[in-house]
Design a binder for this molecule. Structure first.
Ligand SMILES: [Zn+2]
Length: 496
């Protein structure tokens, strides 16, 4: 195999795919044609390519960059190989979902916009009606396709010679998923008692309900934090981000290759997103400013991804610029996102003198997310270790694990749809731990207003330059000598 040619084609493929994604979701074109892109680069994802890269990976003797690169390329090829095998069912799912509507009280709502409608719905019973319709549609219209997708992913993993899809992902991503699940389960046990004491008062204050009345349908409304809207005007959205970056010594408007796409277009995605078309030379931060806390949090999250990509060293090999451990980029995204709940930042950038309600809300929300993802990881390990015959038994297991974690009656219907491809849930969990440790490092070195320190900006830029060469464990070891430790997250939430 000609490795240089493979890398070049892989990078062109990534660029074309990301450009198509950007143009479609930014509302610049209606079509979303990824099939011709796959067809042009069909050689990347053949069984032969996977086998050749696997042989290369098994021969890698070097303990450093060579081994990292070969594993990243193998991960890329396997992901594409499975993507080829599942593309028909995935396209069918996307098509059905996009055209699917539910009927609630005589009104038709698009399946995909339903969570947004729930978030903006003040009436709890109507939120529950939307939920019931969503769950029925998920089971009846999408259920068989979701099952097909998971069975196909499992079959690919075993055809390639791994014991399970879970074992395959753990190997390719160099993450000990079982050990991570042990750590996050310990986090959930340690926070089980305090969880209702953290969430309960916030539910009462914002939604006017007790823990015992909480339903899953209420979560989008709770996360929306509508009562905070007055502090987060749309007009301050992009400015507060560029001002924050300036505090770190980064002039966003002068960054080559960074485009802030803020224009209004009919089919533009309502949620901000980052599209790293070429890393570092062509990165889009797409925003449709609405305002509100959630909108700020999303923009800062995507802004973290954008700065990471834009500051990546162009001299790095393709693997380290475009592939690798996504826990790293998610860490920088959460670092920026969490500024929007940081009392120092809120006082300085948005003149919010008493952020105590917002801080309490953000803490409760973060705890919900952590406990939900810990349960998801435990569940997905069981799901992706299971054989086809035992899939049905997992519906109750799913509802049990998620329900226990969140102390809510949890539905069974989403047991095959509420699943992150390739154990992306593990990236979020690792990122939450790494971000907490990175943030406390920055605070210790540069003080509580570290985001106004050019030196802190230097530290971040040095990290960003390295792309995703290191994984989360390696990066932290290099930076502070620590191990990833969810005890820091407990302490950060004031729960230890
Ligand atoms: Zn992200």
């Amino acid at each position: 195999m000609n490795l240089d040619a493979y890398r070049q084609s892989a990078e062109t493929f990534t660029e074309e795919l990301m450009r198509e994604y950007y143009r479609h979701h930014a509302g610049l074109q209606d079509s979303f044609e990824i099939e011709p892109i796959y067809a042009r680069h069909a050689d990347l994802f053949t069984r032969d390519a996977v086998d050749a890269l696997r042989a290369l990976d098994s021969r890698a003797t070097d303990d450093g960059d060579q081994r990292r690169r070969s594993r990243m390329l193998l991960d890329f090829a396997v992901e594409g190989y499975i993507g080829e095998a599942t593309k028909t069912v995935e396209e069918e799912l996307a098509r059905t979902e996009a055209g699917l509507t539910i009927e609630v009280g005589g009104e038709r709502i698009g399946f995909r916009e339903a969570p947004v409608v729930q978030a903006n719905e003040a009436d709890a019973d109507r939120r529950a009606e939307i939920e019931a319709a969503l769950l029925a549609a998920t089971r009846e219209r999408l259920g068989p396709r979701h099952r097909e997708l998971i069975e196909c992913q499992h079959a690919c993993a075993t055809d390639l010679g791994w014991a399970s899809y879970a074992a395959m992902c753990a190997y390719l991503k160099r993450i000990d998923l079982e050990a991570l699940s042990g750590q996050t389960a310990a986090f959930s046990r340690a926070s089980a008692q305090t969880y209702p004491r953290v969430l309960g008062p916030e539910l009462r204050r914002t939604l006017g309900i007790d823990m015992s009345e909480l339903r899953r349908a209420d979560l989008p409304r709770f996360f929306r934090a509508a009562e905070q809207d007055r502090h987060f005007p749309a007009g301050r959205l992009t400015d507060s981000f560029t001002e924050t970056m300036r505090g770190l010594g980064i002039k966003v408007s002068e960054q080559r290759g960074v485009t802030f796409d803020i224009g209004a277009r009919p089919n533009k995605s309502p949620r901000a997103f980052c599209a790293p078309v070429r890393v570092p030379g062509e990165v889009y931060l797409v925003v449709a400013p609405v305002g509100g806390w959630d909108d700020f949090a999303t923009l800062f999250h995507e802004g973290g991804h954008t700065e990471h990509a834009a500051n990546t060293d162009p001299e790095l090999p393709f693997e380290f610029r475009c592939l690798g451990d996504n826990s790293i980029s998610e860490t920088y995204a959460f670092l920026m996102q969490h500024l929007v709940e940081n009392p120092e930042w809120l006082a300085r950038k948005l003149d919010l003198d008493d952020p105590s309600e917002l801080v309490a809300h953000a803490k409760a929300q973060r705890l919900v997310y952590l406990r939900r993802y810990a349960a998801k990881l435990a569940y997905e390990l069981e799901l992706h270790g299971a054989d086809a015959a035992s899939l049905d038994a997992l519906a109750d297991r799913y509802a049990g694990l998620l329900g226990d974690a969140l102390q809510i009656q949890w539905p069974t219907q989403t047991f095959l749809s509420d699943v992150d491809e390739g154990f992306y849930c593990a990236c979020y969990l690792r990122a939450w731990a790494l971000e907490t440790q990175l943030r406390s490092h920055l605070r210790e070195r540069f003080g509580p207003a570290w985001f106004e320190s050019g030196e802190a900006g230097e530290v971040l830029r040095a990290l960003w330059r390295d792309g995703q060469r290191l994984d989360a464990e390696e990066l932290l070891e290099d930076l502070t000598g620590e191990r990833l430790d969810f005890g820091f997250v407990l302490a950060d939430l004031g729960l230890s």
